[in-house]
Write a protein that binds this ligand. Structure first.
Ligand code: KG4
Ligand code: ZN
Length: 338
């Protein structure tokens, strides 16, 4: 283990998260205080509630993480926080707290892009440098295909023109009357449904570029559901979920493999909350292998928002000799990767 530890904080949306790692990126502990139950009655994240709860939860969570790992403050060598993209009022709590700790302990500070955290998360637990690869990030706010040359060398080659994949799952969940967030619920119901029961659109699958669009698919589910009347059988609900999920997965897998061919990338990496989806994991692993590619998938506990991925990104930046960031920098709610 390289001397000194990293303390990382993530508060870009509705999860308050803290992690401790060593300077090689080995994760000692990852702590997430979820606000899902708090926002569920509203069917989505309420920004003011999120930031106020980060403010209440964050300091005890930092204290708990240090205590739980038996880490004294003088063992810390580096502080990191998510500084964007995300909800401004949520980002400010984590970013400011982390900077205050860095000032108090006279330690260097890394501003980490939340999407860089997701992007590198499939490599947590591995040794050495981040390999050249093609990353697919599928989260609640983003769907990105990223050509990665190495740490901090990223080119976004595709994104969504409208809804992100996770957003489509959550909106379809709402249309189908499922609890928030819709993604895990749809995924659960889809496992018992027929994937070919409804012929939903695979928008832009043959567009020849690496762009995505999921809003037409969401509207197709809405119209199909509306035609059915108020009550539907459980089996129909399962068929709707399975057919919707298959349409999303078809597009994500086809575009990722096309991008890997187009960019000559033999290593693929899947990350973000939607990478918890069993069908997506199974199909991408299968089809990548058939195409002679290796596919790294982030561990489920590092797929949805967490601070371990922020600590890991900071470790990789530190290892690559990238200078720490200024404590005077602002957060950036629209920070673009690369
Ligand atoms: O990465 P993440 O935790 O937060 C953002 O940065 O947005 O992703 C959250 C998204 C939500 O839209 C949620 O519905 C989706 O990940 N999600 C899933 C599954 N588990 C979480 N979507 C499909 N299938 C799942 N099993
Ligand atoms: Zn995220």
């Amino acid at each position: 283990m390289t001397d000194g530890l990293i303390l990382a904080i993530e508060t870009s949306c509705d999860e308050t998260a803290v992690a401790l790692a060593d300077l090689d990126g080995r994760i000692l502990g990852s702590y997430v205080s979820s606000q899902v139950a708090l926002h569920a009655p509203y069917g989505g994240v309420v920004p003011e509630l999120a930031s106020r709860n980060h403010n209440v939860d964050l300091r005890p969570l930092v204290a708990h993480a240090l205590d739980d790992q038996g880490v004294a403050r003088d063992q810390l060598a580096l502080i990191a926080a998510t500084s964007g993209p995300g909800l401004a009022s949520s980002l400010l709590i984590g970013d400011t707290t982390a900077k205050a700790i860095a000032v108090g302990l006279s330690l260097p500070f890394y501003s980490i892009n939340h999407m860089e955290g997701h992007l590198l998360s499939p490599f947590i637990g591995g040794e050495g440098e981040i390999p050249e690869h093609l990353g697919l990030i599928v989260s609640g706010g983003h769907t990105l295909l990223v050509d990665v040359a190495g740490t901090a060398d990223y080119e976004v080659i595709g994104s969504t023109k409208d809804d992100a994949a996770g957003e489509a799952f959550d909106k379809v969940g709402k249309i189908l009357g499922l609890p928030y967030p819709g993604g895990p619920e749809i995924s659960r119901l889809a496992s018992g449904g027929r994937r070919d029961a409804f012929d939903f659109p695979r928008s832009m699958i043959h567009s020849g570029d690496f762009e995505f669009s999921f809003s037409g698919l969401k509207t197709a589910v809405l119209y199909t559901r509306k035609k059915m009347g108020a009550e539907i059988e459980e089996s129909v609900l399962r068929d709707l979920c399975a057919s919707f999920e298959e349409a999303v997965v078809d597009v994500l897998v086809a575009k990722t493999l096309a991008a890997s061919r187009g960019r000559g990338k033999k290593i693929l990496a899947l990350s973000g909350g939607v990478s918890c989806n069993d069908r997506l994991r199974e199909r991408l692993l299968e089809e990548a292998s058939a195409a002679g590619c290796q596919c790294q998938v982030s561990d489920r506990k590092f797929s949805t928002d967490n601070a371990a991925m922020i600590a890991f990104a900071a470790a990789k930046r530190h290892q690559a000799g990238i200078a720490p960031d200024s404590l005077h920098a602002d957060i950036d709610p629209n920070w673009k990767l690369g």
